[in-house]
Write a protein of this length. Structure first.
Length: 296
């Protein structure tokens, strides 16, 4: 079923209108081919995320039950979590490497449009499993997903991807996958008996040149918000600069950006169209590859 699942997903990426830029920006794809990883619901690492990601981070079984899926004996062992890596297209990456002070317009649009596409991926994957007689849910569309205390949430797609063996973290806190850190992520939980993809390493920073070799720090040089240093990523500084980016790019592109709704502190409401910055992901050794395996 795993091969069938990937073929289904690859077709969504290739044909979905939601994975397309506006014609005024070339009409090309926002994301290239996906990667998938699969974790078991009873992997002990999910309990650790309550310590390292957020105190209210849910395990797959907790998310399943909170999403009104049936509770059964030995539930966690029956669950599989499919994490999907969505790599930005070469067109977006090439334009973004030329940007100064504010991100390239094509990235801001792609980043904004990606939200509707990711939700569609989750919904189509849920339908895929249901049509095969299984159940599925997605944190991204679940009433159990919530953002609280500013930066914390009940489900971290980056940590889920790490659990599914898709990559490790970096100095800038992004996930470095085999196709780099310039990606977006989404996930689905199902009770379909899928084959697990084991992690290559439980070292959370194994793919980062700074942590693995003591070298690089290119993301620090690229950050216009002074939010990265040898101690890691300063979320508050990043958020503060991000608001400048949000204001500027909404002013430039507001007429073509899509609205965005999400649950914050228990209330589902419209947010300003998300833009993002991502300077730390462009023109760095981990932009489009795992720099550690690329050395070999």
């Amino acid at each position: 079923m795993k091969k069938l699942l990937y073929t289904f997903l690859e077709n969504i990426f290739a044909t979905s209108k939601l994975n397309q830029l506006p014609e005024s920006y070339g009409g090309g794809r926002i994301f290239s081919k996906p990667l998938i990883g699969i974790a078991s619901g009873d992997d002990p690492i999910f309990n650790k995320f309550k310590e390292v990601a957020a105190p209210r981070h849910l395990t797959p079984a907790e998310m399943w039950i909170a999403s009104d899926c049936p509770e059964v004996p030995n539930l966690a062992s029956q669950l599989r979590i499919i994490s999907v890596v969505c790599p930005f297209s070469n067109q977006i990456r090439e334009e973004s490497m030329k940007a100064e002070d504010f991100p390239a317009e094509i990235y801001s649009i792609g980043r904004n449009y990606a939200n509707a596409f990711k939700i569609d991926i989750v919904k189509q994957l849920i339908q895929f499993f249901q049509e095969k007689g299984y159940q599925a849910t997605g944190a991204m569309i679940s009433k159990a997903f919530d953002i609280y205390s500013g930066f914390l949430s009940t489900w971290s797609e980056r940590h889920i991807a790490f659990a599914a063996g898709l990559g490790t973290f970096s100095l800038h806190e992004g996930l470095i996958s085999e196709v780099g850190c310039n990606i977006r992520l989404c996930s689905v939980i199902t009770n379909a008996p899928l084959e697990i993809t084991p992690r290559k390493s439980d070292d959370p920073y194994a793919n980062c040149l700074f942590y693995a070799r003591g070298t690089c720090r290119e993301c620090e040089k690229k950050c216009p918000g002074d939010a990265i240093n040898e101690n890691g990523h300063d979320k508050l500084k990043c958020w503060t600069y991000g608001r400048k980016v949000e204001a500027e790019m909404n002013n430039r592109l507001g007429s073509i950006l899509k609205p965005h709704w999400r649950r914050v502190r228990g209330e589902y409401k419209e947010q300003k169209p998300p833009i993002g910055c991502a300077f730390c992901q462009y023109g760095v050794p981990c932009m489009d590859k795992n720099p550690i395996t690329a050395e070999k």
